[in-house]
Design a protein. Structure first.
Length: 530
């Protein structure tokens, strides 16, 4: 339990007022009836809000608490995924964004149809919507409920508060309200985490004491090739593939890039987001390490690693600042939830309703978008009771299937940009083959205790190694099928590499310098924590 004072509750209330006030201000008195305004914020946003929204929508409260929990058990190595994201965000800004913006698409499935076929579009549409509802929406609502329980609010009251508060401005304000509130939530999140780190280190006695208390392995980002969780080969070759899927092809993230006023603003936004992704190592992983160190000294009690962040905050933060910390957790929660509501409603509106009724008016599209969000809210709440009947281990498996089906999606997007010969038949075959292999792997993992031989070996491959191997397999499969089947007869000018696209991919001197600086920042961190 996090004990809060009247001042803390006052700060939390003030946070809600700021969020709703900003959402109302950017939405305006008259609700938008323009679909591009509602779903893509009018395609008129600058780099700062684009980058802030990418970062804030990515860091959910379950992500934040999970990073701290992993920090308490494994140390800095869990931040490898955050650092790999820095490189992949550069890839999004320099390589993928020019194609997406030039083609004028609204959704990622739409881009797949332009590049390949309707069948590829259908696959990504339904896989994305199902994954959003079963994992992202429900787990975020669940995490919010648990957060409210920690401050004395019942589970279901907490769930309703989270959904109603977040759903309200998402439904009425659309992407613009989501993105601008993300900007404020990013600031609150960073301030709250910084306070925890500052007071935690002060209580412990500084960084030197942290290094003295914990074993050297806590400060190493590199493990051997046979490490069960973070082999260096998996980090370097598997994690980037999962990153390409999440950062470069998922509607959840890419929709923010599509909302930028032009390619340069989109690129600057991704570079800014890349620099922000360096912060989780110090703001979210370090608190877990500090909490574990304090527990080792007997200063506090840490029963479970995933309690590291709230336990540390409740112990070291004074009255008033605890409220700011809870506001930071709420910011992480609401930014992720509002983003997935908006992105999923965009897919439902454009990929299901507009495709069946191409002549729908702008007003009708926005109405469908709002009703879709309401439906997603209801589905998310309805799924929560089911989660209580699913074991924590099985739920982890359900989420992990995303990692198993993401390599084919990454391959279809990435190779499709640069190899014109890859055709629709090859892409669709790769997507479904990847899905079958991924689900087969999931089933074997669940049944791991009752299998042996080659099946056990297959189920025991580290998931990062599995991602790299599956990416390689489907890439070869696509190339082979493409060269033994007829070439697609369609215009690929805005969806594949050519001379005109190369011009769009060129940046300014400042963009080159900042991108190189980001790369060297990550390389320095890797060297420092070797």
């Amino acid at each position: 339990m996090i004990t809060l004072s009247s001042l803390d509750y006052g700060l939390i209330t003030f946070y809600f007022l700021i969020v709703f006030g900003l959402a109302f201000m950017v939405t305006g008195k008259k609700l938008s009836q323009d679909s591009e305004e509602y779903f893509l914020a009018g395609r008129n946003l600058g780099w700062f809000v684009v980058g802030a929204s990418i970062f804030a929508s990515n860091i959910g409260s379950e992500h934040l608490i999970g990073l701290a929990g992993s920090g308490a058990t494994t140390g800095v190595i869990v931040a490898q995924f955050e650092l790999i994201a820095c490189f992949v965000l550069l890839l999004l800004g320099w390589v993928f964004a020019p194609f997406y913006i030039k083609s004028g698409v609204v959704t990622m499935p739409e881009f797949l149809e332009r590049r390949y076929s309707k069948a590829a579009r259908d696959y990504l549409t339904y896989v994305s919507i199902i994954a959003y509802v079963l994992t992202k929406i429900s787990v975020t609502i669940y995490a919010g409920s648990v957060l409210f329980e920690s401050i004395g609010v019942s589970f279901w009251d907490g769930a309703l508060i989270v959904v109603i508060a977040t759903g309200a401005y998402t439904i009425f304000g659309g992407l613009k309200a989501v993105i601008y509130t993300d900007m404020i939530q990013m600031i609150v999140m960073i301030i709250g985490a910084t306070l925890v780190v500052y007071f935690g280190l002060d209580e412990l006695g500084g960084l030197g004491e942290l290094k003295t208390t914990l074993s050297p392995s806590f400060f190493s980002m590199w493990r051997t090739m046979d490490d069960p969780s973070f082999p260096w080969t998996g980090v370097l070759f598997g994690a980037p593939i999962l990153g390409v899927w999440y950062w470069c092809t998922d509607q959840f993230v890419v929709q923010r890039v599509l909302s930028a006023k032009n390619i340069k603003e989109a690129r600057k936004g991704t570079i800014f987001a890349g620099f922000l992704k360096v912060l989780p190592l110090y703001l979210f992983v370090f608190p877990g390490m500090i909490c574990f160190a304090l527990a080792q000294k007997g200063v506090l009690v840490l029963d479970r690693s995933d309690q590291a962040l709230p336990v540390l905050a409740s112990y070291v933060l004074p009255n008033g600042l605890r409220g700011l910390f809870v506001a930071g957790l709420l910011a992480a929660l609401m930014s992720s939830l509002s983003s997935v509501f908006n992105s999923c409603s965009t897919l439902v509106t454009y990929e299901i309703f507009k495709r069946k009724n191409p002549n729908l008016s702008e007003r009708r599209l926005v109405q469908i978008g709002r009703l879709s969000t309401v439906g997603l809210v209801i589905l998310g709440i309805a799924w929560i009771p089911m989660m209580k009947h699913i074991s924590g281990e099985l739920f982890t498996y359900i989420q992990s299937v995303q990692a198993y089906i993401s390599p084919p999606i990454a391959a279809v997007f990435f190779l499709g940009l640069f190899i014109k010969r890859i055709n629709a038949k090859a892409a669709v075959t790769a997507l479904y083959a990847g899905l079958i292999i991924g689900v087969f792997r999931l089933v074997l993992e669940i049944q791991k205790d009752s299998i042996d031989g080659i099946l056990l070996e297959f189920a025991s491959i580290n998931f990062l190694h599995f991602a790299a191997l599956l990416f390689l397999f489907v890439s070869i499969l696509m190339i082979v099928i493409s060269f033994v089947t007829p070439k697609d007869d369609k215009d690929l000018s805005n969806v594949t590499y050519n001379g005109d696209m190369l011009k769009l991919m060129k940046g300014t001197k400042t963009e080159y310098i900042l991108s190189i600086l980001l790369v060297f920042t990550v390389l320095f961190i890797w060297w420092f924590y070797q």
